[in-house]
Write a protein that binds this ligand. Structure first.
Ligand code: AVJ
Length: 312
């Protein structure tokens, strides 16, 4: 019993209890990514229907020489997130920075991926920073005086509503400093059928990823949510230009999380993630509003995904 209690993250408990008590129940997307959730997301990135990862990686491979020519040599690369085993090496090989600074809230992932980079890039100084990149962070003094390139791939910016996204971009600007550059991946607006398919795959992996949040709540917060009473749903919100993931009650359902009781009527949902999509103008406007001037942009042949290089 004590063991379970020890592992309760107070921020998780607060987000779940407060989120479910809202008029429109919602839980912040970051709680989808526990061990199992991260494994499932990894599986999602390899699904035929989930085009973003494959498209962005292909673009990085293909366009990197061109991208690297626009980036100062001997700079420090600051990646917001632990770094992907496929995308990060493509960037590091081409840019050949003096230092690499991955920033992630999860110390475990950070150390794991930093070790791999350290092994594969001898001579590159790796300085991992364990921090929530949405909050104030201190870059290591070892990169003082180096020009900086921020790297924010994966369309992670799409998880943030535009107001938070501009706050985050401004925060990156403050952290990296004037004159810094940012290479960011953003998913493009496209046909609704393809968007829905990417977030509601026939294999059911995204459904499992979404439902895993309820399993996590049951396990970590001592709850008794009947998982089978909820189904995964991906919705396109056209007004707000985003895919929303929901967990919809398929019948009236009651459950308890610790001492709190919740009642959901059939059809009511828990909103679990947003994935904003941007057209070319919207993407550039978001960057400008966040204090970054777009310098260059690359897309794949189908214009499914965009990589943008911007300057602070
Ligand atoms: C990791 C936030 C970029 O929004 O496409 C994928 C997460 N959720 N399928 C996305 C996700 C369901 C993904 N991001």
């Amino acid at each position: 019993m004590l063991e379970t209690l020890e592992h309760v993250d107070p921020a998780f408990r607060a987000d779940v209890l407060n989120g479910l008590a809202e008029p429109i129940p919602a839980i912040p997307a970051r709680w989808l990514y526990d061990r199992r959730g991260s494994e499932l997301f990894d599986e999602i990135t390899r699904l035929p229907a989930y085009y973003p990862t494959r498209t962005e990686t292909g673009m990085l491979e293909e366009r990197m020489p061109e991208i690297a020519r626009l980036i100062a040599p001997a700079c420090a690369v600051v990646e917001f997130g632990a770094g992907s085993a496929t995308k990060t090496p493509i960037l590091l090989r081409a840019v050949q920075p003096k230092a690499y600074v991955p920033v992630d809230i999860s110390g475990d992932y950070l150390r794991e991926s930093a070790e791999v980079v350290d092994r594969d890039f001898p001579g590159l100084a790796v300085h991992p920073v364990e921090a929530d990149f949405t909050r104030d962070m201190q870059l290591p003094k070892e990169i003082d005086g180096m020009s900086r390139l921020g790297f924010f791939p994966g369309s992670t910016i799409g998880n943030f509503v535009p107001q938070s996204a501009t706050d985050l971009l401004r925060h990156f600007r403050t952290t990296l400093g004037t004159g810094a550059k940012l290479l960011i991946g953003m998913d493009r607006v496209k046909g609704v059928e393809r968007l829905i398919a990417a977030y509601d795959d026939p294999e059911g992996v995204t459904a499992e990823f979404n439902l895993n949040l309820l399993r996590r709540i049951n396990r970590e917060l001592n709850a008794d949510i009947p998982i089978e009473a909820f189904r995964h749903q991906a919705r396109w919100n056209d007004m707000l230009g985003r895919i929303e993931m929901h967990l919809v009650a398929i019948r009236d359902v009651e459950f308890a999380i610790e001492e709190a009781r919740f009642v959901f009527r059939a059809g009511q949902s828990i909103h679990t993630e947003n994935s904003h999509k941007y057209g070319p103008r919207g993407a550039r406007l978001l960057l400008l509003a966040g204090g970054w001037t777009p310098l260059a942009e690359w897309t794949d042949d189908d214009e499914d995904f965009a990589l943008i290089l911007a300057e602070a």
